[in-house]
Design a protein around this ligand. Structure first.
Ligand SMILES: Nc1ncnc2c1ncn2[C@@H]1O[C@H](COP(=O)(O)OP(=O)(O)O)[C@@H](O)[C@H]1O
Ligand SMILES: [Mg+2]
Length: 447
C-alpha cells in the first residue's frame, strides 16, 4: 500500500488480519493475537491513512495510561508510520495544554488526539470519527463504552472504534464482546508480519531473534503472547486478584495516611521500588512504582527522590515511615547514601508472606480489599522488558505468578512460587509482611 496525499510517501504491506482491518466497517473491531504480529502498526496505519485521505476528520489514539501510550504506541507512530509526513510538515505535533489534549495536526485539517484513559476529561470532551485503543484489555468495560459515546463527529462516512490487544483471560469482557456479536474479532498471527515471517513461512533474521525471545516465556504469558491463546493461569498464586477490584485510578491520600517504601534490588532482573500509602484503616495503596533493568542503584535513588521530594527538597506529602529492602548489604548501603534515608531489612519468609498478601486481596464485608494498585503507578516503562514481552510492572506479573510444578510429578504443585517474573510480587510481599507479620522500624534521616 503506497499513498497518497501530496508529498507523503508511505509504504506498508498489510497481511492477514491487518489487511482485513482496512476493509472492515463494523463500528467496533478487536484485532487480537500474540505479541509482535503487527497489530499496533496496522491500527496506526489505519488511522494515519484515514486522516490523510479524509480532510477534517477527528481521530483518537489512546491507551489506559498516557505514560505507556507515549513510550510504546506513539514511538511506533512517529518512527514507522508518520516519520516522512512529520519531516515534511504534513503532520505536526501539538503538545496540548492544561485543558486541551495533545494531538497530531494534519495539513488537511484532520486531527489525531492522543491520550490516556487515566485522564479522561481531556480526551472525552471531544467527538471523533475513528478511535484506536492499544492494549485495550487494560481498559475497563466502562472506559470502552464511554468512548463509544464520543464516536459521533460525523465527518467520515463510517465511525469506528478499534481495539488492539494480546489475549488475556478467557472470560475477559473484550473477548465476550466479540463472542456476543457486539464487536468484530480479527485474529492476528505471526505469519501476518513480514518483518518476522517471509511469504513462504520461513523466519526473517529479525523474526529468528524475536522468536528466541518469545521462546523464553513460560506459563500463561507464553500461552498468550507466543501462542495467542486466551488462557487462564494454572496454579495462579493470587487467584483473588481482579483488575476491576484491585486497580484504582487514583490514590486519595491525605495527611492522615502513612507512607512506606519497599525495594527489591536487581540489575539484569528489574530493580523495583514501590511507593505505598496506608489509609487510616490500614489498607495499602501502591501509588508509584519504579521497575527497570540495567540501571545503577544510585540512578534509581535519583528517581526515588523525584517521587518523594520536590526539587526544593521538601517532601511531597511525607517521608516514608520505613523503606523495606531486600537484604543485599552493599546495595542497601548505596541506596541509603544516595537517598539520605535509612532502610530496614525485609521479612522475607515466603509462605506466610504470600498468605498475608492473599488475605489482603480478599474483599472484606465493607466491599473493599485491603490492597490496591494505582493504574498509572509505573513511573517509566522499561523498553527492554517491553521488547522481550516480559512484565514491565507489578500488575503485569500477577497473572503469571504461579506455584512451581514438582519435577517429575504429573501436574502436582509445589508449595513455593516459581522463581520467575516475580520481582514486583516479592516487593509487594515485603511491604505486606512488614505491616502484617512483624514489628515496625522507622526511617531516620542520615547526615
Ligand atoms: N506489515 C508490516 N511491514 C513491516 N513491518 C511490520 C509489519 N507489521 C509489523 N511490522 C513490524 O513488526 C514489529 C512488531 O509490530 P507491532 O505492530 O508492534 O506488533 P504487535 O502490536 O502485534 O505486538 C514492529 O517493529 C513493526 O514495525
Ligand atoms: Mg502492540
Amino acid at each position: 500500500m503506497t499513498t497518497a496525499a501530496p508529498g507523503a510517501v508511505v509504504r506498508y504491506e498489510p497481511r492477514g488480519a491487518a489487511r482485513e482491518l482496512f476493509k472492515e466497517r463494523s463500528s467496533e473491531v478487536v484485532i487480537a493475537g500474540p505479541a509482535g504480529t503487527g497489530k499496533s502498526l496496522a491500527c496506526l496505519f489505519r488511522v494515519h491513512l484515514a486522516a490523510l485521505h479524509n480532510p477534517g476528520i477527528r481521530c483518537l489514539i489512546a491507551r489506559k495510561t498516557g505514560v505507556s501510550l507515549t513510550s510504546t504506541t506513539l514511538v511506533t507512530y512517529e518512527k514507522k508510520v508518520a516519520e516522512d509526513a512529520l519531516a515534511r510538515g504534513i503532520v505536526s505535533w501539538y503538545g496540548g495544554s492544561a485543558r486541551e489534549a495533545a494531538c497530531y495536526r494534519y495539513s488537511n485539517g484532520s486531527v489525531i488526539v492522543v491520550g490516556g484513559l487515566d485522564k479522561p476529561e481531556k480526551i472525552m470532551s471531544s467527538e471523533y470519527d475513528l478511535v484506536f485503543v492499544d492494549e485495550a484489555t487494560e481498559l475497563t468495560k466502562t472506559d470502552w463504552e464511554s468512548i463509544s459515546t464520543r464516536l459521533r463527529n460525523g465527518v467520515l462516512s463510517w465511525q469506528q472504534q478499534i481495539a488492539a490487544c494480546n489475549p488475556s483471560h478467557p472470560t475477559h469482557w473484550l473477548k465476550q464482546r466479540t463472542e456476543d456479536g457486539t464487536a468484530k474479532m480479527l485474529v492476528s498471527r505471526h505469519k501476518d508480519n513480514p518483518a518476522y515471517v517471509n511469504a513462504d513461512g520461513t523466519l526473517t533474521p529479525k523474526g529468528v531473534d524475536y522468536f528466541n525471545k518469545l521462546d523464553n516465556l513460560t506459563g500463561v504469558r507464553r500461552l498468550r503472547l507466543k501462542d495467542g491463546k486466551w488462557a487462564a493461569a494454572e496454579g495462579q498464586i493470587y487467584e483473588a486478584w481482579d483488575d476491576a477490584v484491585h486497580l484504582v485510578d487514583k490514590v486519595p491520600h491525605t495527611a492522615a495516611w502513612t507512607r512506606w517504601g519497599a525495594v527489591d534490588f536487581g540489575y539484569t532482573n528489574p530493580f523495583v521500588y514501590q511507593d505505598w500509602w496506608e489509609d487510616p484503616d490500614g489498607r495499602l495503596y501502591l501509588a508509584n512504582e519504579i521497575y527497570f533493568t540495567r540501571r545503577l542503584v544510585e540512578d534509581h535513588a535519583k528517581q526515588i527522590k523525584e517521587v518523594l521530594f520536590y526539587p526544593s527538597g521538601q517532601p511531597r506529602g511525607q517521608v516514608p515511615r520505613a523503606i523495606i529492602c531486600d537484604h543485599d548489604a552493599e546495595d542497601r548501603a548505596t541506596l541509603e547514601r544516595h537517598l539520605g534515608l535509612s532502610t530496614s531489612a525485609a521479612k522475607k519468609t515466603v509462605s506466610d508472606g504470600i498468605q498475608a498478601v492473599q488475605s489482603r486481596l480478599k474483599v472484606q464485608p465493607d466491599g473493599k480489599p485491603r490492597l490496591f494498585i494505582a493504574r498509572g503507578a509505573l513511573v517509566e516503562r522499561d523498553p527492554e522488558l517491553e521488547a522481550a514481552s516480559l512484565p514491565a510492572c507489578s500488575t503485569e506479573e500477577v497473572a503469571g505468578y504461579v506455584w512451581a510444578v514438582k519435577p517429575g510429578n504429573a501436574g502436582g504443585l509445589k508449595e513455593e512460587p516459581l522463581k520467575k517474573d516475580d520481582h514486583g510480587m516479592d516487593t509487594m510481599r515485603y511491604m505486606v509482611a512488614e505491616k502484617d507479620l512483624g514489628a515496625r522500624p522507622s526511617v531516620r534521616w542520615l547526615n
